[in-house]
Design a binder for this molecule. Structure first.
Ligand code: G6P
Ligand code: ZN
Length: 625
């Protein structure tokens, strides 16, 4: 029941909107929904599944019940999303449920929007990091809309995704839930109005509850300004021979990019989203086609030379799709940087990144298992990243999913040696560091701009060192990992399982026949198979284990085929095959070869061994990156 309208009153700069309400808690009877089991990054389902009455409420109740006792009482909680279909309505419901669980304050980005990295930043930084966590409404790179996907995940106090122990408990509770609690009398908040929306109980008794609608860019932009040397970047970007183009892919990255690059006076290309139709929010060469063209990678760009540095973050149009801006794609003039190379190059330039230099450099590196890391040392479970080796840093190889990096970053809080500052990344266009607990697309672009600034302090005009030169110099020093990923999306789940089962069986007979690193099995095209195993991970910080994280075929020359099933799809299964070949430095011609040509024999072998075409009935993958 709402008594009296909302009325605004200025208090300093923050508007206060006070409303008298009935803050009585209603307990609504409910019964469990099947399958509320979070995957790689939260619960992702078809939007229609989420729209079933009680579905979202059940999940939120299970989540709130799984948090440590007293965690929510009097707390500040962040609730925001990537703006996909259903975002705003879900924010309203979660606010009402938060009130019922004793939360004192909810922070929501204006219009219910926060990029995923900005949400992590708000949890960690705003008012000194008082928030207890955040509910992030996003299915990241999965398309949104009434016929597509919706997602929800919880980030904990450190700003990073909840670990499996928590998400498992949420799932357990979701199978037994009987009721949820909500303050039904709380009106919807006008999310377009920045300020404190304060609710006062009509009887004057209930504890204070407010929803504060915040500027979604404020905390994040301040953090970036503290990490990077904006003056140095400004000088670089003012050079007549320098140009930067940033493609926000119609996503939530746009406002952040405008705030940052606008201040740096850079060229910007955040295309208005209204007329966008039917694309996909993954930032890769297929889906960021406009950028690929502009950078001269496909076809002839209109008018003159392509820009020196191009970048895209994931996102999509306003009505239909997700746009959480955590991923990034880096492109040079007519030159594509693989995410694995991007991570390695940034790591090798730690000394050129101001906040790392200030802290005495990096302490550790981490990458997900399918991300290439240089020549694997056979006989060891862990591939050794060449950069880590050269810098004398520990390298951690984790399962796919950003949450595994968080424990490493917080190792000192959990009783271990301090591994931060730590730099980490994934082949799936995710790069980041311990400055927050999510991957961070714009931060990665700022790293690349800083690297170019570093290389060009003294270069004369017209002789700017560009992205391609930086990367090829890197290859000449560390060698090159030719890399490609084949995705077969939405295939029959049983067929996908069979592919994995067959490879497991192949591993058993391989070992049974006595093959191994000291006696590799000779296959087609001279490939000598040295190991077949399945990746599992023991978290060095909390000792939890995660198994069945992908089958790996390691070859004597350091080449590798990895096959795993995606944990982020929402229907059927997605088979991912990662194919990589290591080229040591020395042979200039081989080092600079075309990646598709260099990988062709290994790709053929991967398709043959996995039988992916035969078992899925797919002649070609859905996407090649
Ligand atoms: C999300 C996660 C990443 C992961 C990616 C692909 O973006 O945050 O950590 O690499 O999805 O995951 P998948 O299981 O689909 O390969
Ligand atoms: Zn994303």
């Amino acid at each position: 029941r709402l008594r009296g309208g909302q009325h605004g009153a200025a208090a300093g700069e923050t508007q206060i909107f006070e409303t008298v309400v009935s803050s009585e808690v209603t307990r609504v009877a409910t019964s469990p929904f099947e399958g509320q089991k979070p995957g790689t990054s939260g619960l992702r389902k078809k939007t229609s599944v989420f729209l079933q009455p009680g579905y979202l409420e059940n999940f939120i109740q299970s989540l709130f019940d799984s948090l440590p006792d007293g965690e929510l009482r009097g707390a500040t909680l962040v609730v925001s999303g990537d703006g996909r279909y259903g975002n705003a309505a879900a924010v309203q419901i979660i606010c009402k449920m938060a009130a019922a669980h004793g939360v004192a304050r909810v922070w929501v980005g204006r219009d219910g929007l926060l990029s995923t990295p900005a949400a992590s930043c708000v949890i960690r930084e705003r008012e000194g990091g008082v928030a207890c966590g955040g509910v992030i409404l996003s299915a990241s790179h999965n398309p949104g809309g009434p016929d597509a996907d919706f997602g929800i995940k919880y980030n904990v106090r450190n700003g990073g995704p909840a670990l499996e122990s928590l998400t498992e408990e949420v799932y357990e509770r979701s199978t037994q839930i009987r009721e949820y609690a909500i303050v039904a009398g709380l009106p919807d908040v006008d999310l377009s109005l920045e300020g404190r929306h304060v609710f006062v109980d009509e009887k004057g008794g209930a504890p204070h509850f407010e929803v504060e609608v915040i500027d979604p860019t404020e905390d994040y932009v301040a953090l970036m300004a503290s990490l990077f040397d904006f003056d140095a970047l400004r000088s670089l970007l003012r050079r007549p021979d320098m140009s930067l183009v940033f493609d926000g892919m119609h996503g939530v990255a746009g406002p952040y990019a405008r705030a940052i690059f606008g201040a740096l006076g850079a060229l910007l290309n955040c295309i208005p989203s209204e007329d966008f139709g039917g694309g996909h929010p993954d930032p890769n060469l297929t889906y960021a086609a406009a950028l690929a063209k502009l950078m001269g990678l496909t076809g002839q760009p209109a008018g003159g030379e392509p820009p020196v540095l191009g970048a895209a973050a994931d996102g999509d149009d306003r009505l239909q799709r997700g746009r959480d801006a955590d991923r990034n794609m880096i492109v040079g003039r007519r030159f594509f940087v693989t995410p694995s190379d991007s991570l390695a190059v940034i790591a090798a330039h730690a000394h050129a990144l101001p906040w790392l230099a200030r802290q005495g450099g990096l302490r550790a590196l981490a990458r997900s298992m399918p991300t290439s890391g240089g020549r694997p040392r056979l006989g060891e479970g862990r591939a050794v990243d060449r950069v880590a080796e050269e810098l004398g840093l520990p390298l951690f190889e984790t399962p796919t999913g950003w949450k595994y990096f968080g424990n490493l970053m917080d190792s000192h809080l959990l009783g271990g040696a301090d591994l931060s500052p730590l730099l980490c990344g994934e082949e799936s266009f995710g790069t980041g560091s311990s400055h927050i607990r999510e991957k961070d697309g714009l931060w990665a672009v700022l790293c690349w701009a800083s690297i170019l600034a570093h290389h060009n302090v003294d270069t004369p005009e017209g002789q700017l060192v560009g992205v391609e030169e930086v990367v090829t110099q890197h290859w000449r020093r560390f060698g090159r990992n030719f890399y490609t990923r084949y995705d077969y999306e939405n295939v029959d789940a049983a067929a996908a399982e069979e592919i994995v089962e067959r490879l497991r069986a192949m591993g058993s007979s391989f070992r049974g026949a006595g093959y191994g690193p000291s006696e590799p099995q000779l296959l087609q095209d001279g490939f000598a198979l040295a190991t077949i195993d399945e990746f599992s991970y023991r978290d060095p910080v909390d000792s939890s284990t995660t198994s069945q994280q992908g089958v790996r075929l390691l070859f004597a020359d350091g080449s590798r085929i990895v096959l795993r099933l995606s944990g982020t799809g929402s229907v059927g299964a997605t088979v991912r095959i990662y194919i990589e070949r290591y080229q040591p430095p020395g042979d200039e011609y081989a080092l600079l070869a075309n990646a598709t040509d260099a990988l062709r024999p290994l790709v053929d072998l991967a398709l043959h061994l996995s039988q992916v075409r035969e078992l899925t009935g797919r002649e070609a993958p859905t996407v090649i990156t």
